[in-house]
Ligand binder design. Structure first.
Ligand code: SF4
Length: 277
């Protein structure tokens, strides 16, 4: 039987890891295993991509908070900034705008689990809709991939759950929209309009995923059968699934963990005396 550290929080990254490979979830979140292998080659391309993402998110935070912008935009993200100026996301509600905004809830259907999401931008109009925007600085995946990604599942779901406390109203799912904006794709967007049917389906899916996780014994975290996931996994040498990294061209940026989430979860695990398997 697994025991999570007190306050352990399930995020889209860790649930995505569990959905992709239970063993990866165990290594990363339960054992806080350090990374024995690079995610992709060449390393410089991965580092550059990560750095661009972090700097662009920082710039977007300043922009949407209305803070003063630097006189000269960082050359590393100048192209993304130009793309944004030419193709900003349309129809962003104005009344309530928060950047890098975290919500955390413990819904009854999650069997005591705490779930959290961090929104790049959350915008809301009381008489209109709630819009979640996520800035993507990597390549644009197929819509079908995004559709089943845990981020697309968890972000609108948790906003509906958190709305009474956060916004002071029960937010009907139909009034929630999730928008991915792709800087590498001329500011193209993929939009997901939420619905009551999807809300209930997502609750059932997350609840089942958590139940499956909680039912596992320590020795039962299986390795994924889909070896393509191992190509860009830092644990492949531990799992004897190959030693050399896949190329940056075939690397799927969305399979990377959210670094901030990851640091937080690992710090909680490391700081806890009660963290036992
Ligand atoms: S190398 Fe493959 S089996 Fe091992 S943790 Fe990574 S994804 Fe899972």
């Amino acid at each position: 039987m697994i025991s999570f550290p007190p306050g352990f929080t399930f995020t889209q990254s860790c649930l995505q890891d569990f959905a992709v490979c239970p063993r990866r979830f165990q290594l990363r979140y339960l054992l806080a295993q350090s990374y024995p292998a690079p995610l992709a080659k060449p390393l410089a391309a991965v580092d550059r991509s990560t750095e661009r993402g972090e700097r662009f998110h920082a710039l977007m935070e300043r922009y949407w908070r209305g803070a003063a912008l630097p006189e000269r935009v960082d050359p590393l993200i100048a192209d993304l900034w130009q793309t944004f100026l030419q193709n900003p996301p349309p129809d962003v509600p104005q009344t309530f705008r928060r950047t890098e905004f975290s919500v955390s809830v413990k819904p009854a259907w999650a069997n005591g689990a705490r779930l959290a999401a961090k929104y790049d931008l959350l915008a809301y109009d009381p008489d209109g809709e709630a819009l979640i925007i996520d800035w993507k600085t990597g390549r644009r995946p197929k819509r079908a991939f995004l559709e089943r990604h845990l981020q697309t599942v968890l972000y609108p779901l948790l906003l509906v759950e958190a709305a009474p406390r956060l916004l002071g109203i029960a937010l009907p799912p139909e009034r929630v929209r999730l928008l991915y904006w792709f800087g590498e794709d001329d500011g193209a967007t993929e939009e997901f309009i939420y619905s009551r049917a999807r809300y209930h389906a997502d609750q059932a899916y997350i609840s089942a995923l958590l139940a499956r996780l909680n039912a596992l014994e320590v020795a039962e975290f299986p390795l994924t059968d889909e070896r393509r996931h191992c190509q860009h996994c830092e644990y492949r040498s531990l799992c004897e699934r190959g030693e050399s990294a896949g190329t940056f061209e075939t690397y799927d940026a969305d399979s990377f963990p959210d670094l901030e989430e990851l640091r937080q979860v690992i710090a909680e695990a490391a700081a806890s005396d009660d963290f036992v398997l």
